[in-house]
Design a protein around this ligand. Structure first.
Ligand SMILES: [Fe+2]
Length: 144
């Protein structure tokens, strides 16, 4: 259970960092396709943010505590912070790589939850993997 707790906290901090980056790109994207990019990033950050509270409460239900500060998030997150103002295409490429990474992270944490018979939790983690598969599809298709 202890390794599951750790993996959950890392995935949670990473998901929050992913959410924040999508929102940051939504705010700052520029270029001739601004309306489409602005909306694409909005759809992504809104979907991910909508999962955060449930994710935190799923973690609490496993008997551990949920991180909730930028300090802890920056220690735990495997999604690198972006502080630069990137061109639109670079934003799409970076968020696609991050979304693929989130899919992989959820695939691994899912297995850990399943091994402990935490089927409700693994169901939630599977839905997050699936949500990121869709975000990756949208980003990949926009880059073609
Ligand atoms: Fe907005």
């Amino acid at each position: 259970m202890e390794s599951l707790h750790k993996a959950l906290k890392i995935a949670f901090a990473s998901e929050y960092a992913f959410y924040l980056k999508a929102h940051y790109f939504h705010w700052n994207v520029e270029g001739p396709n601004f309306p489409q990019y602005h909306e694409l990033f909005a759809n992504i950050y809104e979907e991910v943010y909508g999962s955060i509270d449930k994710f935190a409460e799923e973690i609490r239900a496993t008997g551990t505590y949920t991180p909730g500060s930028f300090t802890r998030f920056s220690i735990l997150s495997q999604i690198d912070d972006e502080t630069q103002l990137l061109p639109a295409e670079s934003m799409l490429i970076e968020l696609l790589e991050d979304s693929d990474r989130m899919q992989e992270m959820f695939r691994i944490v899912f297995r850990a939850a399943e091994e402990l018979g935490q089927h409700g939790l693994s169901d939630f983690l599977a839905s997050r993997q699936d949500a990121h598969a869709k975000h990756s599809w949208m980003l990949r298709s926009t880059l073609k």
